[in-house]
Design a protein around this ligand. Structure first.
Ligand code: ZN
Length: 410
């Protein structure tokens, strides 16, 4: 394929994505019901129901604006071959080819982040503020940005350097070695997420002695869940929304509860949330997920190895000569329909797992407590109660609330 055709294929893919997203969001917006579903009358009042629909409306409209803007930016950049200019610029600045690529990605990353800052400020300090969610101070926002940059530069820099170096050293066989690097990286992130990465952004305190701790430990013992630590995270520092998750692989599980979750739920409901998480562990979802993502990475890297030296990709983006970094970008854009497809499969699998974890919680603890917890979570986060099935199919990693409640009833 020559570069001109590649460019039009790229533009076609981006346009298709843009239109598809637009349609899915539009369907969602017009799928709203006027009456509150029967099952939710105890947690939602008509006013709260209205508010959740208003929240969806505001967010969807804002999404239309941001996606139109990014679409326009990407098309302009591709159409004018601006990435080719950037390529020339880094080649004039650095003589080392790895440095050239690192600089290229650094500029691209910074530029795309900076043009998105106004949107993210508006989202946090206007939309979230209006609905009573925002607890972020400007100082936290700025610090988050700086720490995020630091993380991206350190971790991204290490991975990219390894990738570029292996490509130089091994030629097309780089993919096997880099696959190994990625597998180790995924493992390390899983091992150190709560002990190293999360504390950069949040305070984690062990849950103090008391009835909640006793109830959680009692349940864990009963089902043989290897819980080593229970942390309370200061989620309220940024948002009134609440959540819980657990991390760690093998025999060392840590559960992290948002302080906002603890303050809004009864002890019974919190144990039910933990029981759901324990279900994921017992049904091996975490391990399966890791294995699948490692296998998927291997496949992507192998396909990448077939394209990485194809200079037509560079020309398509406006490069005057072949560059690894231009080829990488063009490859991942061409690959995006496939990754959307695998994303949909991953979501289907994840929704199935959610039902399994719910069922586990119902069998080992209480269906009613979990139902109540899910209802409250949804109400507190103003989730969309009636998403369009097409939107659920593509985007939802968790089944919609009503379907989960119905499944729990059985
Ligand atoms: Zn889950």
């Amino acid at each position: 394929m020559n570069s001109e055709i590649i460019l039009y294929v790229l533009l076609g893919i981006i346009t298709f994505d843009f239109v598809l997203e637009f349609v899915l969001e539009y369907l969602n917006l017009h799928y709203q019901k006027d009456t509150l579903p029967e099952e939710l009358r105890d947690v939602y009042d008509p006013e709260k129901f209205k508010k959740s629909q208003e929240y969806l409306k505001v967010n969807t409209r804002f999404g239309f604006l941001t996606s139109t803007f990014s679409y326009a930016v990407v098309v302009t950049v591709l159409f004018n071959g601006w990435l080719g200019w950037l390529d020339l610029f880094v080649k004039m600045t650095y003589s080392n080819s790895i440095m050239q690529s690192l600089a290229f990605f650094a500029v691209l990353f910074m530029a795309s982040d900076i043009i998105n800052i106004p949107f993210s400020l508006y989202k946090t300090f206007v939309i979230e503020e209006k609905f009573g969610f925002n607890k972020t101070s400007l100082k936290t926002y700025v610090l988050d940005k700086l720490k995020g940059y630091l993380m991206a530069f350190v971790l991204g820099g290490i991975l990219l350097t390894a990738l570029l170096w292996l490509i130089q050293l091994m030629g097309q066989n780089f993919w096997i070695y880099f696959w190994l690097v990625i597998a180790v990286f995924i493992l390390l992130i899983n091992l150190f997420y709560t002990s190293v990465i999360l504390p950069l952004f949040n305070k984690l305190n062990p849950l103090g002695e008391g009835t909640l701790r006793a109830a959680i430990e009692h349940y864990s013992k009963k089902v043989n869940f290897p819980l080593t630590n229970i942390f309370v995270m200061d989620g309220s520092k940024r948002s009134a929304k609440s959540n819980a998750f657990f991390s760690g692989i093998g025999k060392k599980k840590k559960i992290v509860l948002f302080d906002t979750l603890i303050s809004n739920h009864s002890e019974e409901e919190l144990v039910a949330v933990l029981a759901h998480e324990a279900g994921h562990y017992k049904k091996n979802h975490i391990l399966q997920g890791l294995v699948v993502s490692v296998l998927q990475t291997g496949l992507i890297l192998f396909i990448l190895s077939l394209f990485i030296f194809n200079s037509q990709l560079s020309y398509a983006l406006g490069g005057v000569e072949s560059s690894i970094h231009l080829n990488l970008i063009a490859f991942f854009m061409l690959f995006s329909p496939i990754s959307h497809f695998t994303g949909i499969l991953a979501n289907m699998w994840s929704r199935k797992n959610e039902y399994e974890a719910d069922r586990y919680a119902a069998e080992t603890y209480s269906a009613e407590a979990l139902s109540n917890a899910l209802k409250k979570l949804s109400a507190d986060n103003l989730s969309n109660l009636t998403p369009h099935p097409a939107n659920v199919f593509v985007h939802y990693s968790h089944p919609p609330l009503l379907q989960r409640l119905r499944a729990l009833k059985q």
